[in-house]
Design a protein around this ligand. Structure first.
Ligand SMILES: [Zn+2]
Length: 284
């Protein structure tokens, strides 16, 4: 190997070590975030949509804003740990004790939701809060952002998916499973809209942030196991067809739930509230 070629390889390795694992630890893949945000956007009231447009940059859609927190995580010191909460799979459920003092996805979602809804917040603070709320509602619905087996939410559990592609459990849930079924963002958006239109989806409303964390935790505990044998996945295991068959629909369902609930959160924080209706509304 020539010295130049070796230097090039060393540089690529250094860059992927610096960027790779950190990025993987963050979130649903880009397609997942964007598709779920598109579902949410289609469910905003005209009033909420108008306020969202005024807060974001000109031309910035909810889908564009949905990946901002990952893209800017390095510029916002300490924010990387806001994207998840590690609840040991030996526990029964999420507890506030699982949330670090510096913040976790549960506490930060509540914090930014309050900033977004507060009319005294500055426009800049509201804009950042909006981008974080979009992203954190979605991250909280990713089971591996809540369940943990002392492996950084599955990031340290090495697996193989498809044609022996090396991956890890966290990444399988971020994007691996979804990619086995959806090639394009629009295919996923269509599937999410169908899920959100089922009668069952009416039951997704009215829950709180801790309920969402517990749903993710329950799914995450199952995600650590082979669906046929019930055995814990081990380092080097291959993701089976049965695992894909059982869990890919669950990953899509979580994104649909995130989209529906994100719309609820934004409509509540930014839309018309009782007592704030315009005079033409409700009068005869
Ligand atoms: Zn994230």
């Amino acid at each position: 190997m020539s010295g130049k070629r070796r230097a090039w390889l060393v540089m690529i390795l250094a860059v992927s070590l610096a960027l790779g694992p950190a990025r993987l630890a963050f979130a649903w893949g880009r397609m997942a975030h964007r598709a779920s945000a598109k579902l949410a956007e289609s469910r905003l009231t005209p009033r909420t949509l108008e306020r969202v447009r005024l807060l974001l940059e000109p031309g910035e859609s909810l889908a564009d804003a949905s990946t901002w927190a990952d893209e800017n995580s390095r510029e916002i010191p300490g924010s990387a740990s806001w994207h998840y909460v590690n609840v040991p799979i030996t526990h029964e459920r999420y507890s506030a004790r699982d949330c670090r003092k510096s913040g976790c996805v549960v506490s930060k979602l509540e914090e930014f939701r309050a900033i977004l809804a507060d009319p005294r917040s500055s426009r800049g603070d509201q804009r950042a809060a909006l981008r974080f709320v979009i992203h954190f509602v979605q991250d909280l619905h990713q089971p591996m952002h809540v369940a943990d087996h002392d492996d950084r939410g599955g990031n340290a559990l090495q697996l193989r998916l498809g044609r022996n592609d090396a991956t890890n459990l966290h990444q399988v849930w971020d994007s691996g499973l979804l990619r086995t079924q959806f090639r394009h963002e629009d295919d996923l958006v269509r599937a999410l809209r169908e899920l959100a239109a089922q009668p069952e989806a009416r039951r997704w409303h009215g829950q709180n942030v801790e309920d969402w964390a517990n749903e993710s935790f329950t799914l995450g505990r199952t995600a650590y196991r082979d669906p046929e044998t019930g055995a814990l996945l081990r380092n080097g295991s291959a993701i089976s067809r049965a695992y894909e068959r059982v869990n890919t629909p669950r990953a899509a369902l979580r994104l649909a739930q995130a989209g529906v609930r994100l719309a609820d959160v934004l409509n509540e924080a930014l839309g018309d509230r009782p007592g704030q209706q315009s005079p033409t509304r409700g009068s005869r």
